[in-house]
Ligand binder design. Sequence first.
Ligand code: TRP
Length: 338
Amino acid sequence: MSQDIYLTGITTTGTPHIGNYVGAIAPGIAASKDVTKKNYYFLADYHALAKNENPDNISRSTLEIAAAWMALGLDTQHATFYRQSDIPEIPQLMWFLTSVTAKGLMNRAHSYKAAVQANLETGNSDPDKGISMALYSYPVLMAADILMFRATKVPVGRDQKQHVEMARDIAQRFNHHFGDLLVLPEAVIDDNTATLAGLDGRKMSKSYNNTIPVFAPEKKLRKLIMKIKTNSLEPGEPKDPSDSTLFDIYKAFATPAETEAMAARYADGIAWGEMKQTLFEYINEHIKPARQEYERLIADPASVEAELKKGAERAREVAVPYLNELKHAVGIRTLGKT
Ligand code: TRP
């Protein structure tokens, strides 16, 4: 059995928040330090275009997300860290894949179906209103991201599982036509870190505007934590850790022993105000050194750019020769050569 290759992408929309940190950044960074594993991490800026973001926001988000991963200790010597748009072979591969992808398969994508459903619910006569080809073809681009680097394991949130399965279907179809050239990937879903709630108790997400940015300045961080929704139990009344956003966030950062100790304080009826203060201090201490480095990187975008370019160079050492092989297989060849 050959070695597994891990690959995951982060769409460059928004500022990295604690939900991203817990769900993707922290496990990704831990994995980047495991020298027995081969890892690719990339900024999916072409995917951001499908979300109709404002151009300045995409660019800012690319800087913030790259700086966050770097500041939090991503090992870029070992893991390959790059920006999707620096690898022209990815959209080229996407076109090869597009030519073997059944339109019917794309009709079944959850993301597309949700957009159609939203149109129907608002009584639109055109179910495809406002739906771009980029949104529709989103899973094919994602398949190209994955297949370009022969990834076998793709760590993603539950909402992306179907996309990884589609990448697998598309690869099979390609192989059926052109020979056994693409490697079939598999989604890896970590249920422990699945979803963190935000300020209002719903899933922490940019779309709900309820996030806590990882690198919010100290004062802002405190203010946001003080806003997290709790129930109306009084100090001294026992509280249920399994129904508390504050507890979930604490748990995401704390050690198992600390988490257990906190559960005991819940049973003893810790006051919400005290819990909020404790949580703030804990996260702030945890994040402080990285925050300084983050601020330094944000003020020096050229150094982030240079790191991404280095990563792209390494990624292309794989992508360029592989794409040439795939090109040949589909019939795009230098004339006069076999
Ligand atoms: N679509 C993913 C998301 O929104 C991001 C992404 C793009 C991705 N390409 C990928 C994830 C390839 C894993 C593999 O979360």
